[in-house]
Design a protein around this ligand. Structure first.
Ligand code: HH2
Length: 287
């Protein structure tokens, strides 16, 4: 499977891409306030790359449950000193934003990917991404960050996420975004209760009919704390387990704060998945 992001082409499966998270925010749930100074942000991005991140995903707006939107001008004030320098160093930069204005400026500054947790809900975003041939991450979310964790409900979370992502994929194609530029993401923790997150990871193979690479982002998220009792600083092992299981079930892009450890966990999961006689989860859809 191919993922094209501007002039870059990634060949996935068995290769798994690692997206290292860089939040230039005061309030992100796990690393808020740590990389607000551009020098700190750049140093952190370079560390993530040296640990094996293929992509640096830079965000300036927290999407944790309860978070309020951040004005595009403020997002760009935080992002500008980071995106251009990283892109000029030849790094593949993704911008984590739902704002078309911010995405357009980031692409102009050299970003290659738009990671939109609202799956292009703003039609202007689709235009921006299509025009520059950006890679696009379409993430599934029910509701919006301020309210999304207020009692989320599904009758079959995997089927509904697949159908809703299929609709966003069709909308993206209709807006002129080539299919090979798109990755789909079930949105772990975005309008999902614990059992929904678990079912999505367990049945990730059922998203294969979307025909696009699947991204998983479980790093440090609260469902790991619910399962283990670990605080946000202590969820590394749980995140590695979740990501390894997701790769076993077909994820080929992993978004993480903990790159070095994730690279190692993925190498093992990928190798087991490729072992003779391995029987990963069926890539069919439950009847
Ligand atoms: N999760 C977060 C943010 N962006 N993008 C995608 N595609 N998938 C995800 O699972 C995802 C995402 C939340 O994590 P983080 O960026 O660390 O936190 P915050 O939103 O508080 O900045």
């Amino acid at each position: 499977m191919i993922w094209r992001c501007r002039d870059l082409t990634f060949e996935l499966d068995p290769r798994v891409l690692v997206m290292g998270v860089l939040n230039v925010t005061p309030d992100s749930f796990s690393d808020g306030g740590r990389h607000l100074e551009p020098a700190d942000a750049l140093a952190h991005a370079r560390r993530l790359a040296s640990e094996g991140a293929d992509v640096i995903d830079v965000g300036a707006e927290s999407t944790r449950p309860g978070a309020e939107p951040v004005d595009p001008e403020e997002q760009w004030r935080r992002l500008e000193p980071v995106i251009g320098p990283l892109a000029r160093e030849g790094r593949c930069v993704s911008v984590d934003t739902a704002s078309a204005i911010v995405a357009a400026r980031a692409l102009q500054a050299g970003a290659a990917i738009v990671n939109d947790v609202t799956a292009l809900s703003d039609p202007a975003m689709a235009e921006v991404a299509a025009k520059d041939g950006a890679g696009v991450v379409l993430m599934h979310m029910r509701g919006t960050p301020p309210t999304m964790q207020h009692d989320p409900g599904y009758s079959d979370v995997v089927r509904e996420v697949r159908e809703e992502l299929a609709a966003r994929l069709a909308a993206a194609r209709a807006a002129g975004i080539a299919e090979d530029r798109i990755v789909c993401d079930p949105g772990i923790g975005f309008g999902k209760a614990l059992e929904h997150n678990l079912e999505l990871i367990a049945r990730l193979g059922e998203l294969a009919p979307l025909g696009r690479p699947i991204l998983i982002g479980a790093s440090r998220k609260s469902f790991l704390g619910k399962l283990s009792g670990a605080g946000v600083e202590d969820r590394l092992a749980g995140g590695l387990a979740a990501h390894a299981l997701a790769v076993w079930n077909g994820a080929t892009v992993v978004r993480t704060h903990d790159v070095a450890e994730t690279v190692q966990a993925i190498a093992v999961a990928r190798a087991v998945r490729s072992a003779r006689g391995a029987q990963p989860a069926p890539r069919s859809v439950r009847a």
